[in-house]
Design a protein around this ligand. Sequence first.
Ligand code: GDP
Length: 435
Amino acid sequence: MLSDFSEKIQSLFKKFRGYGKLTEKEIGEICRDIRLLFLESDIALSATKKIVEEIKNRLSTLEFTTETSPGTLVSNIVREELINLLGKPGNIDFSEKPTLVMMVGIQGSGKTTTSAKIANYFATKENKKPLLVGADVRRPAAQLQLEKLSQQIKIPFFTDKDPFLACEGALNLARSKGYDLIIVDTAGRTHVDEELLDELKTLNERFQPKNNILVIDSMMGQEATKVAKAFFNTIPLTGAILTKFDGDARGGAAFSLREVTGVPLIFLGVGEKIQNLEKFDPVRVVNRIVGMGDIEGLIERVSDIKIDTSKKPPEEIEKWNFDTFLESMRQIRKMGPLEELLSMIPGFSNIKQMKNMIPDEKQMKRIEAVMLSMTPKERKKPEIIDASRKRRIAKGSGTSIQEVNQLLKQYEMFKKMFKSKNLKKGIKLPNFPIG
Ligand code: GDP
């Protein structure tokens, strides 16, 4: 998430912490650095100007105390201003029952997936009764996709031959069945066009939804604000959801959106899976960006995954083998990419060497493939794997003998490490969240 921006701001913070005094020269330097970072990160000019101005004002009128160094004060101010720029989170308005949630956005932004994510969020976390409505009647694939997702999460689905009939029918159904919210997946186009906006305008006038939610792909950079503006000028948007916030390229849209449209962010999409939706919290987002971690978020992820207690790994390290490794790896991966999870631990992102040690998704899949190519007997007792079996395992898993050897060596080392006398004394596995 925003990893480029994150790395850059963290190195700026390091620089700021080195400041022993804060004269006009340093203040000018700080403002220049922030301006450059924002512009390089594809953040809207108005948002860049705003934050630089705020930081400059606050630094110029700063009262120094002996307790906090100027560098720390600067970092705190920049952090606070990043939080201010993201703005306070918005909400879904439930003042009507059923409440209508119109999901709008261009094709590919993640609108359909996010509709299902929200339905699942309110059903599982807030005990609400949602109804999913497919109103993208021109693209049958979109309808099918939403219907499939609704079956997967066991949420009722409704549609009709045109978006107006779909909304009307859904409202009647919701009233008679006591649904709390109706989430309407409206049509998207590859880019904003008049026809799309007209349809939305008419839908809006006819049904006056309490919630018009714009779904925006956070990888779009500056383009995202243009799209947001076009929708904003057509219907009264009540909130926005940034998807693909797990991607690491540009993510500047988060900082531009609020400033450009004034529309509050409600949720963030942080992955392709249904449960990869986070309530937007500016403090947590900024803390993650500046390397202060997000323990709360990590705990949420852990409590979200369904733990299969029957597959709990043994507490005694001696009893661990490739079967237990495989199961643990699968459970951990349910929570999201390892690097992302570790970045939620305060200070982790400052340790570059650690990052290099973490296998990425591709490497994890290769490791898993090697383990799966072993026979159950071999996974339990890897010592029996001989040279010819190593060759077969490499072939079967589409990897190389070197990779198989490496994994076996790491396993040996792991076992040896925990067998050493000092460690063995009373060592127990930490109470892992995996089971
Ligand atoms: P729509 O055309 O706007 O309805 O977009 P879809 O819901 O079909 O999503 C387009 C693609 O983006 C799909 O491959 C989704 O799995 C993916 N996607 C949606 N949200 C996220 C997200 O938060 N993170 C990631 N990584 N992918 C997402």
